[in-house]
Design a protein around this ligand. Structure first.
Ligand code: F6P
Length: 548
């Protein structure tokens, strides 16, 4: 048995669960008019209503006891103190230093990283300014109109999500493009829309060894040179963001055009670093700094607020309650905001790549569930697609409904309808609709007898489906920074409870290794390797279709 499952709080939670499993949210609300007021937190520009969850004061007391028993406060300090908590890679985890707006020293191996962080931020600011005001010119002395960011995973999703989320703040001359897929279609379609003389490529890769990114980067460079016919022109159109100077130089990008970050920044936590260069180019330095400010506000709260009032901690513990006691499953991210349409994909990587683990820090296998399957879509579209299953299917899936209160960008009348749907869905998931309510409704429509009774079971909603409602005052850089940091810390807390390393990702390596071998076989640069019969047949089918 793992240390976690023998903790007193864990055992007490199981005993408590034996009673709690039969609770219905409708009854919890009816019995407790003060519920929403108590299960409510406001931090930075964010409000979290977690009252529509199957829990009581007792549940929270036990979950907080669990946080205490796993030593959460000390673990939070360890991260902020630059300890090498990413043990399998012997690395500190200090994305919080990238947005440390207080500029207090943050140490890795006894050395303050803040001077380096500030220096890169300043360089990014100067570069972004030059591009934005038209001082940085292409090789034919034309201002940049299109920025193509080439990266994948953590070197793509963060900048992509933020640039789309904050589009109303974007520079009117700059068109942003993101290429991640090695399927040539994405790059081809992008290159069709841009001109070599006015396009800036940012090659984003922590390791600068990622096959997909380097392939896209080489193709983009060839495309550019085919037009420019001048190697010297590359410097005006290609910059790199990486931790790997040597590989950047080998690729042919002048290190003077490289923006650096460090191994203590995890890929999926890197949008605050130079990886955020596309964000700064599009939104400007001031807005990028606001994004950092919002995240820093959440960091300060996370570090200092008592656990019971700590938004990331409470969000994490409520999650633990479902994942470990109600039983695994999945978790939906439903932003009610078109600009946030890539947020589910971003949080999916953040959570599943961080906590999709089955081995604890001591090397022992877990004997409990870890990360849920994160999925989602803009809420309003989801309502007309998969919400049917969420309301009446056989799974109980916790849902985060995310929206902004102020209407900053929508057309007149639209925002009200949108927010009405957020609140209605949260209410519907909680209350459901009883058979008696259905009967009364059908009778009012003139139905009776067998026809009425036959319909009743189909129209009943069980309700009791948990939601968190997460509201931003408005979707602006500061609040978005706080929102992203909230999820980062939530995921960290869950990793602490599960005693896993949230900051490595060995699970993606095997596929990469095998793809290298198979690529050699498909391209004819290596002999056929030994494969199972299925893989061998797939390879030979490919070769047949491609005339080999
Ligand atoms: O394969 C997974 C991964 O390593 C992610 O963790 C990372 O964000 C992505 O690939 C890209 O890696 P890099 O920035 O080194 O190109």
């Amino acid at each position: 048995m793992s240390a976690l499952t023998t903790l007193p709080a864990w055992r007490a939670l199981w005993n408590h669960f034996a009673r709690a499993r039969d609770w219905h949210l409708r009854e919890l609300f009816a019995a407790d008019p003060g519920r929403a007021e108590r299960y409510w937190l406001e931090v930075e520009g964010l409000t979290l209503d977690y009252s529509k969850n199957r829990l009581s004061d007792q549940t929270l007391t036990l979950l907080l006891q669990l946080a205490d028993e796993v030593g959460l406060p000390a673990k939070i300090d360890a991260m902020f103190n630059g300890e090498k908590i990413n043990r399998t890679e012997q690395r500190a985890v200090l994305h919080v230093a990238l947005r440390n707006r207080a500029n207090t020293p943050m140490l890795v191996d006894g050395v303050d990283v803040m001077p380096k962080v500030n220096a890169v931020l300043e360089r990014m600011g100067r570069f972004a300014h030059a591009v934005r005001v038209g001082e940085w010119l292409g090789y034919t002395r034309q201002p940049i109109t299109d920025i193509v960011s080439i990266g994948i995973g953590g070197s793509d999703l963060g900048p992509l999500m933020v640039c789309q989320a904050l589009r109303p703040y974007g520079h009117p001359r700059l068109n942003m493009h993101f290429v991640s897929n090695v399927d040539g279609a994405q790059l081809k379609e992008t290159l069709r829309r841009v001109h070599p003389e006015t396009t800036l490529f940012i090659i984003e890769s922590k390791t600068f060894t990622t096959h997909e990114t380097l392939t896209n980067a080489h193709t983009a460079r060839d495309w550019f040179l085919k037009y420019a016919r001048d190697e010297a022109a590359v410097a005006k159109h290609f910059v790199a963001v990486s931790t790997n100077k040597q590989a950047v130089a080998e690729f042919g990008i002048d290190p003077a055009n490289m923006f650096e970050f460090w191994d203590w920044v995890g890929g999926r936590y890197s949008l605050w670093s130079a990886i955020g260069l596309p964000i700064m180019l599009y939104l400007g330095e001031q807005n990028f700094v606001e994004l950092l400010d919002g995240a820093h506000g959440m960091d300060t709260h996370f570090q200092s607020a008592p656990l019971a009032e700590n938004m990331p901690v409470m969000l994490a513990l409520v999650g633990i309650w479902y994942i470990n006691f109600y039983g695994g499953g999945s978790h939906v991210i439903a932003p009610y905001d078109q600009y946030l349409h890539r947020l589910p994909a971003f949080i999916q990587q953040l959570d599943m790549e961080s906590n999709g683990k089955q081995t604890m820090l001591d090397g022992a296998p877990v004997d409990f569930e870890t990360a849920p399957i994160i999925w989602g879509e803009t809420g309003i579209n989801g309502q007309h697609a998969f919400f049917q299953l969420l309301h009446q299917g056989t799974h109980t899936t916790p849902i985060d409904l995310i929206a902004s209160l102020e209407n900053t960008s929508s057309l007149p009348g639209h925002h009200e309808i949108l927010l009405a749907n957020v609140f209605a869905q949260a209410e519907a998931f909680m209350r459901g609709k009883t058979a008696d309510e259905v009967r009364a409704e059908l009778a009012a429509q003139g139905l009776e007898g067998d026809a009425l009774e036959a319909l009743v079971p189909h129209k009943v909603f069980g309700g009791n489906r948990p939601t968190n409602t997460l509201l931003m005052t408005r979707l602006d850089p500061r609040n978005l920074g706080a929102l992203i940091a909230l999820y980062e810390h939530k995921i960290f807390v869950q990793g602490v409870v599960w005693h896993i390393n949230s900051f490595d990702q060995w699970g993606v390596e095997l596929g990469k290794q095998l793809a290298k071998t198979i690529h050699g076989e498909l391209s004819g640069t290596r002999e056929a390797a030994e494969h199972d019969s299925s893989t061998a047949r797939l390879i030979s089918l490919y070769k047949k279709v491609n005339g080999e």
